[in-house]
Design a protein around this ligand. Structure first.
Ligand code: ADP
Ligand code: MG
Length: 284
């Protein structure tokens, strides 16, 4: 679906490039995540891939077409949710969706159906300027889906969302994956990357430090240990065991048979911890 070779990009007048030799591919139907701290170059990358920023070096193929050769109809095929929602502030929610829907040649989705999907059905007649940040972000997502594109670019889709709406949006994104959509998600939220992405690329200072499946990373960087918290004479104790051979580890078996167990955890690490380990930077 997407193939990027030796991509480099410098903003006009910038002393150093913002994107410095990036290579990756995204398969059909995949959710591919760019995970990195603020300023890493994620939005710049998305803006290049969506044809907004021109004058890059290297090659970007979407389908079989190099981006430099794309025509206007490219925008009939992709959906883009920009980092900062951009709407007509004096139009209502529905007026905005109808306006943007009217820009497409193909048949567009029922705006009300989209609003319902993200829990905004009560706000169709609310002026855009009266929406909260989280509502604007959800509307932004609807706008990207208006023409039912096969390829979606989502820049920080959950920023500004409360935990409930974040979960809701995650579910909707996973539903879109089930429908066969391909998605590029950029985020600095490791939980989003972990819960949504088939593969993630760690990006720091305009370079990709690593690309892998979240699960592989967690297995590779996690400790193959199990920790058991148990109560003994009303004080809490903790003991660690090797995961390897746990089924025949008599000390472990005896412990769980005889003690009052509070918690048992294997010691997978988080993507955030791995990010720090690999890049030396935090995701903040
Ligand atoms: P991220 O989305 O990962 O937070 P950005 O792509 O927004 O990162 O920014 C990457 C770098 O490019 C930052 O150093 C930022 O200051 C710079 N940058 C972003 N937009 C512009 C612009 N329009 N002109 C010049 N520099 C920019
Ligand atoms: Mg950004």
């Amino acid at each position: 679906m997407i193939q990027v070779d030796n991509l480099e990009y410098a903003y006009p007048k910038a002393a150093v490039p913002t994107i410095k030799g990036v290579n990756f591919h995204v398969a059909d139907g995949e959710i591919f995540g760019f995970l990195g701290p603020s300023g890493a170059g994620k939005s710049t990358l998305q803006n290049i891939l969506t044809g907004m920023l021109k004058g890059y070096r290297g090659n970007v193929y979407i389908g079989n077409q190099e981006l430099r050769a794309i025509q206007e109809d490219f925008y009939e095929e992709i959906g883009v949710a920009f980092e900062f929602p951009n709407f007509y502030s004096r139009f209502t929610v529905l007026e905005n969706l109808r306006f943007f829907g009217g820009l497409y040649n193909r048949k567009t989705e029922d705006p009300y159906k989209l609003l319902k999907m993200v829990g905004l059905e009560q706000h169709g007649n609310t002026r855009f300027s009266n929406l909260s940040k989280g509502m604007k972000m959800r509307l932004n997502f609807c706008r990207a889906l208006l023409h039912d594109p096969a390829l979606l670019f989502l820049d920080e889709p959950t920023s500004g969302l409360d935990p409930v709406n974040k979960e809701l949006l995650k579910e909707v994104i996973l539903k879109k994956k089930e429908e066969g959509k391909t998605m590029i998600v950029t985020t600095h939220d490791m939980q989003i990357a972990e819960d949504l992405c088939d593969r993630v690329a760690f990006i720091v200072n305009g370079k990709i430090a690593l690309i892998d499946k979240p699960r592989n990373l967690k297995l590779q960087y996690g400790r193959r240990k199990l920790s058991v918290e148990y109560k003994l004479a009303s004080t809490l104790h903790c003991q660690e065991f090797d995961l390897d051979g746990i089924g025949s580890n008599m000390a472990f078996i005896k412990l769980i048979q005889e003690k009052e167990i509070e918690t048992i955890h294997s010691q997978e690490t988080t993507l955030g911890n791995i990010f720090v380990k690999v890049t030396g930077k935090s995701l903040a």
